[in-house]
Design a protein around this ligand. Structure first.
Ligand code: NAD
Length: 332
């Protein structure tokens, strides 16, 4: 399936994208510009959308994953709706095709594990699209945390309602990014969850305040909602020696350090790169495919983050607007 480019160059990887809506069309755009890869086709039952993306990028438009696989591809990225990830992933794995599955890996932990098992048996690369890890601001935080004793992490990920409501709430759609970051920053698993959820406007939870403790003893907090009129993505991390503040949108990362007994301290802005996170993520996927090495975000990590998100949802019932009591009236 691979084509030689130059005698001394690595063979071109033939890649495809399954599902070219909001996220998948970005995958397709980025893949066309990657060295060592050729975007062969995009598959989407929405024929107009598939045709539009294919015409724009100069590749084939297919109606479904089987037709795309029939073209002979080495690797695909899967950006179809989450409830289809398992079936599409298994179809690709059965044909020996390497896969990068968008986050969350699947609709359930069981489905995620099915994908992992099948990929391992077929010896194909499986990566999960937790793209935030490739945000240069996040990479700078991770680097600043090297050899630090992390004490607490607070992440805010808020914004307006998405233009098209999917069938998931903020925990599965947004908080799963930050659950992955907490696990990654701490190199530790989340062992305790204390979620507070509310459905203020939507049917599913649209506000979530989630608290965690990791096995390593780090306390972490996620504040996420779809009720904020603007997007905000902020991370703060307290370690014994530093206090790190990051804005993941402006990519400004600042650390306070050198704490003195008189309360004074030093402060510096960290150097942050400019790379497009999706490009870095897809390059990492293709590198893992070529090297046959573990992916930057493994299937197991995708399932671990999904499992915590689902635990938050099953912890206690979501308070709905109808169940809220009027504020206490203070007399006197
Ligand atoms: N990493 C991120 O930051 C991020 C951001 C957004 C979405 N996502 C994930 O990407 C996935 C897609 O989300 P989206 O917002 O792009 O959704 P979307 O609805 O915009 O796109 C999904 C596309 O999949 C197509 N599709 C439906 N059935 C299909 C099938 N059987 N085979 C192929 N394609 C099919 C739809 O026609 C649509 O074009 C979800 O898993 C979502 O969680 C990740």
């Amino acid at each position: 399936m691979t084509q030689a480019v130059k005698p001394d160059a690595a063979p071109l990887l033939r890649v495809g994208v399954v599902g070219v809506g909001v996220m998948g069309s970005n995958h397709a755009r980025v893949l066309t510009g990657l060295p060592g890869a050729e975007l062969v086709g995009v598959a989407d039952p929405d024929v107009r959308q598939a045709d539009f993306v294919a015409r724009t990028l100069g590749c084939a438009a297919l109606g479904g994953v089987d037709e795309l696989l029939d073209l002979g591809v080495d690797a695909v990225t899967i950006a179809a709706p989450t409830h289809l990830h398992r079936d599409i992933a298994l179809a690709c794995i059965a044909r020996g095709v390497h896969i990068m599955v968008e986050k969350p890996i699947a609709s359930s932990v069981e489905e995620g594990r099915e994908i992992i098992t099948a990929a391992r048996r077929a010896d194909v690369t499986l990566m999960v699209g937790h793209v935030e890890r490739f945000n240069p601001a996040v990479e700078a935080i991770k680097e600043a945390l090297r050899n630090e004793d992390i004490l607490s992490i607070a992440i805010t990920r808020v914004g307006p309602f998405p233009p098209r409501m999917s069938n998931v709430g903020v925990v599965i759609d947004l908080a799963v990014h930050d659950i992955d970051l907490i696990r990654w920053f701490t190199d530790s698993e989340i062992v305790e969850v204390q979620p507070q959820l509310s459905s203020a406007v939507a049917e599913r939870e649209d506000i979530a305040l989630l608290q965690f403790r990791t096995a390593s003893g780090v306390l972490a907090h996620i504040n996420t909602n779809w009720l904020t009129p603007f997007k905000a993505r902020q991370v703060t991390v307290a370690t014994r020696g530093k206090y790190i503040m990051a804005d993941l949108l402006t990519r400004q990362v600042t650390e306070c350090f050198g704490f003195q007994p008189d309360g004074s301290y030093s402060m510096r802005h960290l150097s942050v790169g400019h790379a497009e996170p999706l490009r870095s993520e897809l390059l990492a996927f293709l590198r893992a495919v070529r090297a046959g090495s573990a992916a930057a975000v493994t299937g197991e990590e995708g399932v671990a983050s999904l499992e915590i998100a689902i635990r938050c949802l099953s912890h206690r019932p979501t308070a709905t607007a109808a169940q809220r009591q009027a504020p206490r009236v203070v007399v006197g």
